[in-house]
Design a protein around this ligand. Structure first.
Ligand SMILES: C[S@@+](CC[C@H](N)C(=O)[O-])C[C@H]1O[C@@H](n2cnc3c(N)ncnc32)[C@H](O)[C@@H]1O
Length: 216
């Protein structure tokens, strides 16, 4: 697997700020039992800027690798081809994983015409967007017919573990101050946004999953 980049703190801040600026809006209810977060755009930028310096060591460090998250990132980026939009790019952990032979261009913003991209990818951000349903609709909108929207996300597992996630999601969302809502029904959200799930690969007892979806 290719090694993650070591971006400078300045570029990390920039990437985090840029992505945080895109979809800032209050979370509407419906998708989880967690309390609504009403972070303003400057607050989101401040939040993620302050998390940036520790982000890579937590999310691409030895623990992330041991949990298989790096391998899942590589699988997710391998599904992308053509003109690629990465949403919520963060510190750019996925950037060295794209195959330059298959991806003709990569960008990370959201003001695009309909059907602009062959692939749209979002990794571990749907759980923090204020309005994840709107983010998914936008991903669908900018994806070409026959293109792929690839999601690698935290999600609600089944059975007792899912119930545990429901019971702890408020506390978990407050952990680290990043507001990760880790008990969302990602498949239902994707379907509601007009995406058909063509492949779903659960990992880590189902609390993470890789989704390959197509616009319908
Ligand atoms: C947990 S990080 C994931 C980053 C990256 N995708 C990864 O896999 O490492 C969540 C990202 O979502 C971005 N974000 C949070 N709220 C946002 C919003 N409302 N609009 C746009 N981006 C947002 C943050 O700036 C951050 O980059």
């Amino acid at each position: 697997m290719r090694t993650p980049p070591t971006a400078s703190d300045a570029s990390r801040r920039l990437a985090l700020s840029l992505s945080a600026a895109l979809l800032a809006a209050p979370r509407t209810a419906a998708w989880s039992a967690a309390p609504e977060r009403e972070s303003s755009e400057p607050e989101l930028v401040r939040l993620y800027d302050s998390a940036a310096s520790q982000y890579d060591s937590l999310d691409s460090g030895p623990l992330a690798s041991a949990l298989g998250l790096q391998a899942l990132r590589a699988q997710a980026t391998d599904l992308c081809r053509g003109r690629v939009l990465e949403v919520g790019v963060g510190t750019g952990l996925n950037l060295p994983l794209y195959d330059p032979g298959r991806c003709e261009s990569l960008t990370a913003a959201m003001r695009f015409a309909d059907a602009s991209f062959d692939s749209v990818i979002d990794t571990f951000s749907l759980c923090v967007y204020g309005r994840p349903e709107r983010a998914l609709s936008e991903m669908r909108r900018v994806c070409k017919p026959g293109g792929r929207v690839v999601l690698l996300e935290h999600q609600r597992s089944g059975g007792a573990l899912g119930a545990y996630q429901d019971a702890t999601s408020s506390a978990a969302a407050r952990l680290g101050g990043k507001g990760c809502v880790y008990n969302q029904d990602v498949a239902a959200m994707a379907r509601a946004a007009g995406l058909r799930v063509v492949r779903q690969q659960p990992a880590l007892l189902g609390v993470v999953a890789l989704y390959e979806t197509v616009p319908v």
